[in-house]
Ligand binder design. Structure first.
Ligand SMILES: Cc1cc2nc3c(=O)[nH]c(=O)nc-3n(C[C@H](O)[C@H](O)[C@H](O)COP(=O)(O)OP(=O)(O)OC[C@H]3O[C@@H](n4cnc5c(N)ncnc54)[C@H](O)[C@@H]3O)c2cc1C
Length: 482
């Protein structure tokens, strides 16, 4: 194992090598430059590192990895640093090198005929989306972090987001990958094929591997026709079970135009409005639950508003919903979505929050939310559950805001017990304790507890086969390397 002193000892020779390979732009040892890369979004993890490397090309990265593997230097890949599981935070020892692909941000190819785009890992997601939109295409990955996250990070975490219901996770949006392996070899799998069954799928192994198996350097992504027709409805409900009835009714009546189906609670809406005074919530009466439903299409001739009107009428007639409002303009639509998008920040402003990104089979969602809320309040009276999220695909962000009168740190100290209550219920229902945010450093223990021995053993074997020296993002996903 490298100690901090070993690393310092290596420095002068290694740094002059980096300067020859990358130029002075390509790396930094300055504390103020490195500092923003050392902590993550939620402030749960802080690390230390003495070196940040920023290559510009795949070949440069390959050379760096050859050197790192021969000297057993550990590296931590970092994208836009918007991840929510501490996956790109280096260890506190300061003996890991940060590897940012932010300068590898070119669009290598845009292919209108095959509906594909080939991008480098450091491209910001919103830049890719606007590049294709200007050319009348659509890339469906939709995250509130899209202005900062990089496609390499999206691939490494197999990000989900609001459009999974219709277009799938990041994995489903990728045709080919290019990656640099821990020993510096370049794997060029940048194929743009929809059908390719030649042996094991390395692409699918590397997507979602959170920087522990390889560095993703480029990807060939699927494109769709630009969605020029868009409407949103906000439905108000009092019974949680009705949300699933509404989802099924909407699926039947809107077929392939159903793009997002998000759940909000009354508490969540109150929090968003309380902490973001610019938001105008269009419904005056209080309801227990709200469903935000988005339909979109590339066909201008489909009347989405009529479609939503008929869903609204039927749902009202069947007693599924109590009220609803359909967006009449783009600004009304944006306003409805602001309530949802502001929720994470609102919870932060409200105080301590213990968060769970889980999924269960869709029909079990009401049972899960009710059971988990009941058990948490029994364990810690005054706790305020704030379930919300992409429930159209079974994903619930089951977050709990602290009891009003309890100090934040006392509440956060109870995280392990609260997590266990929630995760035990999730596993009882055959769900997942990480629906879309990955394992990172946050859930390594839980991964071991909740996946079978056979699965964990296989994961260790794969890690060992590809990264035998354990230099890629150590202690992320898998805790102790066996
Ligand atoms: C406001 C907000 C909303 C969000 N909404 C969603 C959501 O709806 N759905 C969702 O899934 N996530 C969401 N996230 C989480 C986050 O945005 C995603 O996980 C995103 O995919 C991370 O991308 P990134 O570039 O920031 O990666 P980083 O945070 O920099 O890294 C994440 C992981 O990927 C690894 N990595 C990064 N780049 C590479 C690479 N090129 N090669 C190999 N490994 C690499 C890192 O080592 C780390 O383990 C949200 C985050 C925020 C702050």
């Amino acid at each position: 194992m490298n100690t901090k002193d070993d690393f310092i000892h290596l420095k002068p020779k290694f740094l002059s090598y980096l300067e020859r390979l990358l130029g002075v732009e390509g790396f930094s040892t300055r504390k103020d430059t490195i500092l923003p890369y050392l902590s993550e979004q939620r402030g749960n993890f802080n690390g230390s590192s003495q070196l940040l490397i920023r290559p510009k090309t795949t070949n440069q990265l390959s050379e760096i990895m050859k050197r790192c593997s021969s000297q057993n230097l550990k590296i931590v890949p970092i994208g836009g640093n918007t991840g929510l599981s501490g996956g790109c935070v280096p260890s506190e020892n300061g003996d890991e090198i940060l590897l940012s692909l932010e300068r590898m941000n070119s669009i290598r190819n845009f292919d209108e005929t095959n509906y594909t785009i080939t991008v480098e890992a450091g491209c910001i997601l919103s830049d890719i989306k606007s590049f294709v939109e200007k050319r009348d295409f659509f890339f469906p990955l939709g995250l509130a972090s899209e202005g900062s996250c990089q496609i390499g990070g999206n691939l490494a975490t197999n990000a989900g987001g609001i459009n999974v219901l219709r277009f799938g996770n990041t994995r489903e949006l990728v045709l080919g990958l290019e990656a640099v392996l821990p020993d510096g070899k370049i794997w060029n799998g940048l194929r743009s094929l929809h059908k390719d069954n030649m042996g094991y799928s390395l692409k699918n192994l590397f997507i979602g591997s959170e920087g522990t198996l390889c560095l993703i350097t480029a990807a060939s992504l699927k494109l769709f026709p630009k969605q020029i027709n868009s409407k949103t409805i906000l439905c108000c409900l009092n019974k949680l079970t009705s949300v699933i009835e509404l989802l099924n009714l909407t699926k039947k009546l809107s077929s392939e135009t159903l793009t997002s189906f998000e759940l909000l609670s009354n508490f969540g809406v109150d929090l968003s409005i309380k902490h973001h005074t610019q938001i105008r919530f269009p419904i005056e009466n209080k309801f227990n639950w709200y469903a935000l439903i988005h339909l979109s299409s590339s066909n201008r001739n489909i009347n989405l508003e009529d479609n939503l009107e008929s869903i609204f009428s039927l749902a009202l007639k069947k007693g599924i919903i109590e009220d609803a409002i359909i967006s009449k303009s783009e600004s009304q639509e944006n306003n409805l979505w602001k309530v949802r998008e502001s929720l994470s920040n609102a919870q932060k402003l409200e105080g301590g929050s213990i968060k769970h990104d889980v999924s269960v089979p869709i029909d079990k969602i009401p049972f899960f939310i009710e059971m988990a809320s009941k058990e948490i309040i029994k364990y810690l009276p005054g706790s305020r559950p704030c379930p919300f999220g992409h429930i159209g695909d079974g994903n619930i962000h089951f977050n709990i805001s602290q009891p009003k009168r309890l100090p934040k740190d006392v509440f956060l100290e109870k995280s392990s017990e609260i997590n266990k209550i929630v995760y035990d219920i999730v596993m009882e229902l055959n769900g997942s304790i990480s629906a879309e945010h990955g394992i990172g450093m946050l859930k390594t223990k839980e991964l071991e507890n909740y996946r079978s021995n056979e699965e964990i053993e296989l994961m260790h074997k794969i890690k060992k086969a590809i990264d035998p020296e354990n230099i890629m993002n150590p202690n992320k996903v898998l805790n102790e390397i066996k």
